[in-house]
Design a protein around this ligand. Structure first.
Ligand code: ZN
Length: 300
C-alpha cells in the first residue's frame, strides 16, 4: 500500500522545478487539444521562443499570443516556479499568510499579498461560473444568524439561496450560496420566486433533477450545515468583512471547499492550476476597489 501511495504522490514543486516545466504545463492546460487562435480559431501556428514567455503566432491572421493571456499569470514579472510554489502553499490545510508566503518564496509582502488575492479570486470566479448539475437540492436559508441567539441577528445577516449537488452515495459535492440582496438583516427568507431565479441562473436545469426546500423548518440538513460552516469560517477570518464584498468571499469559500473534496483523480493542485488558467487575473486596481477597508487587507 505504501509503495503505491508513494508512486502516486509526486509533490508539485518537484514536478515543476523549472520555468520550462511550468510553462509547458500551462500551455497544455490552455490548449488541451492543440493551439486555437483566439481571434480567428485557426489551429496552425508557429512558436516564437526568443522571449522569456514563448509566443504563438497564428499561421492565418498572424495574431500573437501566449499561454499566460487570460490567466492569473498574465503580465507577471515573477518566475512561474514562484507562482507554482505559491499555489502549493495556498493549499496547506491552514492556508498561508501573505507575510509567510513572502518569506518562503522571497518576494515583497505586497507581491505575496497580490498573488494570494489573485488565486482566491480565480477560485471564487471559477466556482461562480460553473452551473450545478445532476441531483440538485436548493434551500431557502439564512446566513449570519446564530441559532442560539436568534433575537440578535448580525448586521450582515441575509437571506440566502443555497444549492448543492449530491452524489449517489449521498455526499455533498458542489455548493453555491447566493445572497438575496433585498432581504438583508430583516429575517425574511427567499420566497418561491427567488428560489426559481436561483435555479434558472445557477443550475443546468435540462440535465438536473432539482428539489427545492422553501420552508424554514424543512430545509435539506447537510446543505444548511455548510451555510452555517461558511458563516463560522468567514466571521472568524474576516472580522471586518462588509456586506458589499460578502458574495465574493462566499464564492471563494465554496470554491475552496470544492478543491478539498476527495475522490477526483486529479490532485488539488491540478484543479487549482486549471482554475488559474481559466480565470483572468484580477488587477491591483480592481482588488483595491473591492477591499472594504484596511483591516480586511491586514486579515488576508
Ligand atoms: Zn488567427
Amino acid at each position: 500500500m505504501e509503495i503505491h501511495a508513494e508512486t502516486e504522490f509526486q509533490p508539485f514543486s518537484s514536478r515543476y522545478h523549472s520555468e520550462q516545466a511550468c510553462m509547458e504545463a500551462l500551455i497544455a492546460l490552455k490548449w488541451p487539444n492543440g493551439f486555437v487562435c483566439s481571434r480567428c480559431a485557426h489551429t496552425r501556428c508557429s512558436r516564437l521562443t526568443s522571449r522569456r514567455v514563448p509566443l504563438f503566432e497564428c499561421a492565418k491572421c498572424a495574431h500573437q499570443t501566449s499561454a499566460l493571456v487570460g490567466t492569473i499569470f498574465e503580465r507577471t514579472h515573477l518566475p512561474l516556479t514562484k507562482w507554482f510554489q505559491a499555489l502549493e502553499l495556498f493549499l496547506l490545510p491552514d492556508g498561508i499568510s501573505a507575510m509567510r508566503l513572502s518569506q518562503v518564496i522571497q518576494v515583497t509582502y505586497k507581491t505575496a499579498w497580490l498573488m494570494l488575492h489573485k488565486i482566491r479570486h480565480a477560485i471564487g470566479e471559477f466556482d461562480a461560473r460553473e452551473l450545478l448539475c445532476g441531483d440538485v437540492k436548493v434551500n431557502s436559508d439564512l446566513y449570519g444568524r446564530n441559532p442560539s441567539r436568534p433575537q440578535f441577528p448580525h448586521p450582515y445577516a441575509s437571506a440566502v439561496v443555497a444549492g448543492c449537488t449530491v452524489t449517489e452515495s449521498d455526499e455533498l459535492e458542489q455548493v453555491k450560496i447566493r445572497l438575496v440582496p433585498q432581504k438583508k438583516g430583516d429575517g425574511n427568507r427567499a420566497n418561491r420566486h427567488e428560489l426559481a431565479v436561483f435555479i434558472n441562473g445557477h443550475v443546468d436545469v435540462r440535465a438536473s433533477a432539482v428539489q427545492s426546500f422553501p420552508l424554514a423548518y424543512r430545509l435539506y440538513t447537510p446543505l444548511r450545515k455548510v451555510v452555517r460552516e461558511a458563516w463560522e469560517s468567514l466571521k472568524n477570518t474576516y472580522v471586518a468583512l462588509g456586506p458589499k464584498h460578502l458574495q465574493a468571499y462566499l464564492n471563494e469559500y465554496t470554491g475552496r471547499r470544492r478543491l478539498h473534496l476527495p475522490g477526483a483523480e486529479e490532485t488539488m493542485q491540478q484543479k487549482l492550476l486549471y482554475m488559474g488558467v481559466a480565470i483572468p487575473a484580477i488587477t491591483y486596481r480592481q482588488l483595491i476597489a473591492r477591499q472594504p477597508n484596511q483591516s480586511l487587507a491586514a486579515a488576508a
